[in-house]
Design a protein around this ligand. Structure first.
Ligand SMILES: Nc1ncnc2c1ncn2[C@@H]1O[C@H](COP(=O)(O)OP(=O)(O)OP(=O)(O)O)[C@@H](O)[C@H]1O
Ligand SMILES: [Mg+2]
Length: 140
């Protein structure tokens, strides 16, 4: 596991670039961490570092947003997903291996995550603008 102390938004931005540079194109990245910890912010940083020029926002209502960058990016918000039927209806299983999947609220689909999922847990840091990122399953 790699532990990164991100100081401020620029720290999260830099981490996004580091993660983007380590990706091959079909990873599943599962975020863990409560409300407002920075899941969407880090997703935006990864997408930008991959050359995505679209606006990256939370897919709360759409459940999945699709972006074109160096790879296809599928950005999921599983906040409202509470059953296997719900999960099937998002197309989650069809998207696997076709691009990079980035998943907010992975807690809700933990049993469905592939074995080689990259797990990123976000914890509060020393100040309001600092975050601790625990990253498993990706060589940075
Ligand atoms: N170092 C930091 N990294 C990420 N976000 C930060 C940092 N410092 C402050 N913030 C702020 O924390 C908030 C994170 O919001 P964001 O929408 O990214 O979180 P989220 O985990 O996706 O929330 P939700 O649970 O609603 O999906 C933003 O307002 C952002 O500006
Ligand atoms: Mg979010």
């Amino acid at each position: 596991m790699t532990v990164i102390n991100a100081e401020g938004l620029s720290g999260t931005q830099a981490l996004g670039k580091r993660i983007a540079d380590a990706l091959h194109g079909t990873e599943v990245i599962a975020f863990f961490g409560g409300l407002g910890m920075g899941k969407t912010t880090l997703t935006r940083a990864i997408a930008e570092a991959l050359g995505c020029s679209d606006d990256v926002s939370s897919p709360t209502f759409a459940i999945v947003n699709e972006y074109s960058a160096r790879f296809k990016l599928y950005h999921f918000d599983m906040y409202r997903i509470t059953s296997w039927d719900d999960l099937y209806s998002t197309g989650f299983f069809d998207y696997l291996d076709t691009g990079v999947l980035i998943i907010e609220w992975s807690e809700n689909i933990e049993n469905a995550l592939p074995e080689n999922t990259v797990r990123i847990t976000i914890l509060p840091g020393k100040t309001e603008n600092d975050r601790i990122f625990e990253i498993e399953g990706l060589d940075l």
